[in-house]
Design a protein around this ligand. Structure first.
Ligand code: NAD
Length: 274
């Protein structure tokens, strides 16, 4: 059973899903179909991944009722302002073959691409029109999230790089104050951190689980929403089964202590991605 988390807009999101970053367009339909078969019901994609069509075909062929699925996509950084935003969501919906997405995100703050206010305001309108049921932001850390909050339109989620050595505590504090849930991208460190080698590997041995399962169980215990990516059906199932791993409060505290602050980041700094 995949737990759900209540959002500040009254909706419930499946806390564990399937991520599609770097899933090649030609493989997407097959991989997302395998994920849906394994039991995933929450799929995370983005316009820039160029695989929305494959996600859409997998959904169409799955026979799963639309209201049992949670589909997230994202606005790319070169689309800013009301007209461009409306056109971008329209293109994504066409590619996905859907009438609405569950969650639409501004992918990056891209601070050099101009002010964000009218773009965010348009997100509110798209939600009112039912074209997306929830709205949020991504990669808005404590430097960028305050501008969004100041508009009075509070995002349901903020999707940020987040894993044991990069816990983003200042952003987490701010999000908590405004009841914004955190979605952890790169929840396994994108394969760039050897979490198997140290403490997480030891905890995994004790629980007869894998390091990936322990890392995902930690995220879930911390209230993060996760959607690890894997092209292997076996790992898809392994990641799904992380919901059966019950960590002790000592395990959780020990993983909490792995935070390296900003030194733990393994991917792009939002200030540099425009
Ligand atoms: P991730 O932390 O999910 O790591 C993926 C890597 O972990 C892959 O190399 C995979 O082979 C490996 N892996 C997966 N399951 C494993 C297992 N059980 N055992 C061992 N290795 C395993 O990183 P990610 O894919 O970058 O992040 C997850 C999702 O987050 C993406 O697919 C995407 O949907 C989203 N994302 C969003 C942003 C953003 O800017 N908003 C950026 C990156 C990713």
């Amino acid at each position: 059973m995949i737990p759900t988390l209540p959002l500040n807009d009254g909706r419930n999101i499946p806390q564990l899903g399937y991520g599609t970053f770097l899933v090649p367009p030609q493989d997407t339909e097959a991989q997302v179909s395998q994920a849906l078969e394994a039991g995933y019901r929450h799929i995370d994609t983005a316009a820039i991944y160029r695989n929305e069509e494959g996600v859409g075909r997998a959904i169409a062929h799955s026979g799963i009722a639309r209201d049992e699925l949670w589909i997230t996509t994202k606005l790319w950084n070169d689309r800013r302002g009301p007209d461009a935003v409306r056109a971008a969501l329209d293109e994504s919906l066409t590619k996905l073959g859907l009438d609405y997405v569950d969650l639409y995100l501004i992918h990056w703050p891209a601070p050099k691409n101009g002010p964000i206010a009218s773009t965010w305001e348009t997100f509110g309108e798209l939600r009112s029109q039912g074209l997306t049921h929830s709205i949020g932001v991504s990669n808005f850390d404590e430097r960028y999230l305050p501008d969004i909050i100041a508009t009075g339109l509070i995002p349901a989620v903020d999707q940020i790089e987040l894993h044991p050595q990069f816990q983003q505590k200042p952003t987490k504090e701010l999000a908590k104050t405004h009841h914004i849930e955190l979605q952890a991208w790169g929840p396994l460190g994108q394969g760039k951190v050897d979490y198997q080698a140290g403490l997480i590997g030891e905890i995994a041995q004790r629980h007869q689980a894998s390091w990936a399962q322990v890392t995902l169980a930690w995220h879930i215990a911390k209230g993060h929403i996760v959607f690890p990516k894997s092209s292997s059906p076996q790992r898809m199932r392994e990641n799904l089964a992380s919901t059966n791993v019950v960590l002790t409060s000592e395990d959780i505290a020990a993983i909490d202590a792995l935070d390296l602050g900003l030194a733990g980041r393994v991917s792009a700094d939002p200030a540099d991605l425009n």
